[in-house]
Design a protein around this ligand. Structure first.
Ligand code: ADP
Length: 418
């Protein structure tokens, strides 16, 4: 085992695992930290999927350290803390507190931080995170139900979350390649910086950053910066060259989409699907009760499940999210809809659904936990960062695609099932 990864949500974990598979590492995603008696999979990388992004910081730190211990015991040589390419977090954390704890336990004193993912239009320039052509805080992320991002300057954002200090490896340095990046990071570490936000606007930048981080115990970032890591292991003679093994066992059964993300991309994907396939939009303002919403969905789906997908969505535009949050509070509103969608997932699977797309990181966490899934084998990608997976360990095996809210083309919910 070479690379041990800790992801702060389930869609992010799948995104990272897919990146590693595409670059030639045999990778398994495990849901939560495996038990002491569970066997260590025979792979090059393991991604431990946690649901820690919006947990209290103390809990997120605790769970991440348990994951780190398991990965160390499994023999990993390098560690990766995966968070969202839109740096989803609050001023209380959890990116800073978790990274601080990992740096402390690993004794490495320094880690780079790079959420850039150009294939999905996330780039970092002069420390500012862009989504497409706009700053993070103008991208819709300022309205996220749980982690509103109102500042695009990652040096500032991370500084507010960490006990350490944060520097920047800027575009001009990154353009010069791996050696210059390595030198800049060493310089920042010597100045006492604990983190460096590293600019990246293209895949060659990410490859160079990965190469520069070859000797680092810990790397933090989005899945993009993991792109360059497999090559380091190959250069060191630790990783065989092999094609990716994306073929999954075939799956026959009905198809469904469950959406809990309120991101612009997901709202657009629901609107696109609504034109073509049966779509139910839950109204939590009218029925603020998870069991009752699940009951409505159960009644609605009768006679609709088949080869083509049905779509069931809690997702709503910012004004409706704000109204529900005003009524129930932010966390209770999120938890209510996560509970409802998790219960609906159980009903869908009981009704024969074996191909399920879930939109939203927290939502995916709730659904996957309820279905009792233990491991995900990674298959081919539907869109960058969103592969089909083969979910094992639950009541039945099924194909699952866990989509980070903002990922995917407008017709994602349709093309997933073509
Ligand atoms: P993303 O991947 O876009 O971050 P998440 O699933 O992580 O999506 O987060 C979306 C959160 O919003 C979840 O907790 C979900 O339950 C909550 N949510 C979904 N629909 C609504 C709604 N109509 N009102 C308020 N919160 C909602």
């Amino acid at each position: 085992m070479l690379l041990g990864c800790i992801a702060d949500d389930f869609t992010g974990a799948t995104d990272l695992a897919s990146m590693l598979v595409k670059n030639g590492m045999r990778t398994v995603q495990v849901i939560g930290v495996p038990g002491v008696g569970d066997s260590v999979p025979d792979v090059d990388a393991v991604v431990v999927a946690l649901k820690s992004r919006t947990a209290p910081a103390v809990q997120a730190v605790g769970e991440s350290l348990v994951a780190l211990e398991w990965l160390r015991a499994a023999g990993c040589r390098q560690f990766f803390f995966k968070y969202c390419s839109t740096f989803d977090s609050t001023d209380e954390g959890n990116i800073g507190p978790v990274a601080d704890a990992l740096v402390r336990v690993l004794g490495c004193g320094f880690a780079l931080a790079c959420p850039a993912f150009p294939a999905n239009a996330r780039s970092v320039y002069q420390g500012y995170l862009f989504v497409g052509s706009v700053l993070l805080n103008e991208s819709g992320m300022e309205n996220h139900p749980l982690t509103p991002m109102v500042d695009a300057n990652l040096v500032r954002v991370l500084s507010r979350q960490t006990e350490g200090t944060v520097g920047l490896v800027n575009f001009a340095t990154v353009e010069q390649g791996a050696q210059a990046i390595r030198k800049a990071m060493t310089g920042l570490k010597e100045q006492g910086r604990r983190y460096a936000i590293v600019d990246a606007v293209s895949d060659p930048h990410l490859m160079a950053i990965g190469e520069a981080a070859a000797g680092h115990a810990l790397i933090t970032g989005g899945s993009g910066v993991a792109m360059g890591l497999p090559a380091n292991f190959r250069r060191a003679g630790l990783l065989e060259i092999r094609g990716d093994s994306a073929a999954l066992p075939t799956m026959i059964g009905a198809a469904a989409v469950l959406a809990g993300s309120c991101s612009r991309a997901t709202l657009f994907q629901i609107a696109t699907a609504r034109e073509r396939v049966p779509t139910l939009e839950l109204d939590a303002l009218a029925t603020p009760d998870a069991a009752a919403l699940a009951g409505q969905a159960q009644a609605w789906m009768v006679g609709k499940l088949g080869d083509g997908p049905v779509v069931i969505a809690a997702s709503a535009p910012p004004e409706k999210v704000a109204a529900l949050q005003a009524k129930l509070g932010r966390e209770a509103a999120g938890a209510l809809l996560e509970d409802a969608l998790a219960a609906i997932a159980e009903t869908l699977v009981a009704g024969g659904v074996r191909r399920l797309v879930v939109a939203g990181g927290e939502t995916s966490g709730a659904v996957v936990s309820r279905l009792g899934v233990k491991r995900l084998r990674i298959g081919g990608e539907i869109d960058p960062g969103v592969p089909w997976t083969y979910a094992e360990g639950g009541m039945v095996a099924l194909h699952l695609a866990l989509k980070s809210g903002n990922f995917g083309a407008p017709d994602f919910f349709l093309k997933a099932f073509l």
